[in-house]
Structure formats: structure tokens, C-alpha cells
Design a binder for this molecule. Structure first.
Ligand SMILES: *Cc1c(COP(=O)(O)O)cnc(C)c1O
Length: 363
């Protein structure tokens, strides 16, 4: 039984993207290196950066590999990271810091709240050892969208290196990377560009990536070494995920055909708000306030004392063509629905009809 994914990566891709993977491409020659160069070039365009100042590096593995590559390659032994966390992905950065013995402090916030800008100022004012600050743009844990523009202004006022995990937003929400003065921004193949899993990508200031030389704590995740090899002519340092690369290149073209990030954002936004509207009518409230709610994924809270389990609802919906996502917020009974990928208004309508039907069956 086929179903569409309402999960925020992997997500539902087009048949034309999947078709690219029917070919076993060789990797050593110019054809393949050109595809890699085209991809990095297109990504830099999407990020609105000057290509003299910014570079793009692709890194094998899932999104976390990209985040770990940046943190473990850019923060030296005498440097210190401030992690702004309001969800599991922010907290994962502390896990990465611990494993790599990176000196860090964390400012945690409730999962449905943004960080207090004055508190960030206070921390930077009082802890002069901090050199780097990291934040997640779209916290996929809850669906909250953090304000990287305002946070970035403070970070830059204090002259710190600014690291953004834009995993679930890049390509779906426009991010003027140079204007926001971001030093490292990370995303992956299987999120809003709508490719399949297999690699992450890092857009970084050239000046900052050069400083990563000989700093990495790991061989395979050494960002400088990966960039240095790839930057020469498009060669990957170790075996590349060829099928994913071909699919991703096609996905990038399809993003441009759709009308670019602006149009994709519109589709995501409209579908997200339609979903929230319909779900509220069915009795489900959102966990995040609408003014902070991303157009990527939404956490819905169960009404009190429901006569069914998530598993039952999940199976009912999956048998009818859609896979939703369990919740990830402690002490709150919730589930999540993503709306990125090849998902259209008709899917949202169909999904909500299925949920309505399910609720009528249990009540
Ligand atoms: C998906 C995602 C990641 C990476 O997760 P992987 O499972 O390693 O791909 C990191 N941060 C955010 C915000 C994400 O949505």
C-alpha cells in the first residue's frame, strides 16, 4: 500500500526526482564533478550570497552529520559555544558538543517560546569566553519558527560567529544568508529542497571555513578538508551518495520551476494554515501560538480523555494513504503533521476528511 509522507523529511518526492536514481553514475569524471559544482552553485544562489565571500560544501550523511561537521570543525579548543535551544534539535547540539569535547553553555527555552533577546544579550555580556552562537531556525520538534534575523543582530553586535541549523526551513523559507551575516548555515537533501536522504550541505563564509583548517576533531566530518577537495573541481573526498546527488540536482531544478523559494513558501504556508484551520474545527489545538508557527510542521494537542490511541489513529490514516508523525514534546499529549514535500491542498482536505471519519468512528 502506497502512502504519502506528512513527516518533515524524508518527505514525499516527485516521480521525476525518484527516476533520477535509476542510473548508476560513475564519479571520477568531469560529468559527475560538474553536477556537484552545479548543485553548490544553485544552493549559493538560493542563499542570496556573494560567491566570492561564501562557499558551499556537501557532506555525506543525514542532517546531523552536517551540524556535527560544523560544530566539530569550527570551534577550537580555546573557544566556546552558546547553544540557544528550544527543542530536541537545539538540545542535540549539546550532545554533539559533549561528544566532541567542545566547551559550551546552553540557554534553554520552553518548546513553544522563543528566546528572550535581552537574556541573550545578558549571557554574551557576562561570558566573554563565548566565541560562537548556534540556533535552530525551524524547530521541527514543535513547529516553532525562531527569529534568526533579530537573534543574529545581537550575536553580530557582540562579534560572535553565527551558526544556524536551517535543516527544515532552507528552500521552504527564504533566508538572505549574507544579509543576516550568518557564518555557517546547515540543511540537508531530504527537507524543503525535496530530495531524498543521503547528504547535508553547509553554506559558510569563506573566511570562516579557512579558519577551520586543522581544527576538526574527526576525519570524515572535517569541514575544511571536505570543502578544500570539493572546491577544486567538484570532487567528493570519499564515496559520494551518487543516486541522492542526481535526485537532488533534479529537485533543485523543480524548485526553480515551481517559481523558487517564494512560491514554495506560499504553497507550504497556505497548506499549513488550511490544515490548522480544519484541525481546529475537529477539536485539535496547536501547541505553538500561530504567530510563531512555522509553515513546515505543526504539533497538535489531543483534546482531554480521547477514546483512542495515537497508534490507532495513525494506522487508520496510513491505511488510507498518509503517514503522520508522533509528538515529541515531553508531558504533552501531542502528534505532528508535516506539510512539506509534494503535498497539495487536495491532500490536506483528504487528510482532514480521513481524521473526521476516524473520530466519528470512535465517538
Ligand atoms: C531533520 C533535522 C535535523 C537533522 O536530522 P537528521 O535525522 O540527522 O537528518 C536537524 N535539525 C533539524 C531542525 C531538523 O529538522
Amino acid at each position: 500500500m502506497k502512502y504519502k509522507l506528512l513527516t518533515p523529511g524524508p518527505l514525499t518526492t516527485t516521480d521525476s526526482v525518484k527516476e533520477q536514481m535509476l542510473f548508476d553514475h560513475c564519479t571520477w569524471d568531469e560529468d559527475y564533478k560538474k553536477i556537484t559544482r552545479d548543485i553548490t552553485d544553485k544552493l549559493l544562489d538560493l542563499a542570496h550570497v556573494n560567491k566570492e565571500k561564501y562557499v558551499c560544501t556537501l557532506m555525506q550523511g543525514s542532517g546531523t552529520f552536517g551540524v556535527e561537521s560544523v560544530l566539530s570543525s569550527s570551534i577550537g579548543k580555546d573557544e566556546k559555544l552558546l547553544i540557544l535551544a528550544n527543542g530536541a534539535y537545539g538540545e542535540r547540539m549539546t550532545d554533539i558538543a559533549k561528544h566532541n569535547k567542545i566547551n559550551y553553555v546552553m540557554y534553554t527555552q520552553d518548546y513553544n517560546k522563543r528566546h528572550d533577546l535581552n537574556k541573550i544579550k545578558d549571557i554574551l555580556e557576562n561570558d566573554k569566553d563565548i566565541t560562537h552562537v548556534s540556533i535552530v531556525h525551524s524547530e521541527t520538534t514543535s513547529g516553532i519558527l525562531n527569529d534568526i534575523e533579530e537573534v543574529g543582530k545581537i550575536i553580530k553586535n557582540y562579534n560572535k560567529i553565527f551558526i544556524v541549523d536551517a535543516m527544515s526551513s532552507f528552500g521552504g523559507i527564504d533566508i538572505p544568508v549574507e544579509k543576516y551575516d550568518i557564518d555557517f548555515i546547515i540543511s540537508s537533501a531530504n527537507k524543503c529542497i525535496q530530495g531524498v536522504p543521503g547528504f547535508s550541505f553547509i553554506i559558510a563564509k569563506k573566511e570562516e571555513i579557512l579558519k577551520c583548517k586543522n581544527k576538526a576533531r574527526s576525519l570524515s566530518l572535517d569541514l575544511y578538508a571536505q570543502w578544500e577537495t570539493m572546491n577544486k573541481d567538484g570532487k567528493w573526498r570519499f564515496t559520494s551518495p551518487t543516486h541522492t546527488v542526481l535526485a537532488f540536482n533534479k529537485a533543485l531544478d523543480e524548485l526553480i520551476e515551481e517559481g523558487g523559494i517564494e512560491k514554495r513558501y506560499e504553497r507550504y504556508f497556505n497548506n499549513n494554515r488550511l490544515l490548522i484551520n480544519k484541525m481546529e474545527k475537529l477539536g485539535f489545538k496547536t501547541y505553538v501560538d500561530l504567530k510563531y508557527q512555522s509553515p513546515i510542521i505543526t504539533s497538535f494537542i489531543y483534546p482531554e480523555n480521547v477514546g483512542y490511541t495515537f497508534k490507532e489513529m495513525y494506522s487508520y490514516i496510513k491505511q488510507r494513504g498518509y503517514a503522520i508523525y508522533p509528538g515529541k514534546i515531553e508531558n504533552i499529549n501531542s502528534f505532528r503533521i508535516g506539510n512539506i514535500g509534494e503535498i497539495y491542498e487536495e491532500d490536506i482536505i483528504k487528510l482532514c476528511d480521513i481524521i473526521d471519519e476516524f473520530l466519528k468512528g470512535v465517538n
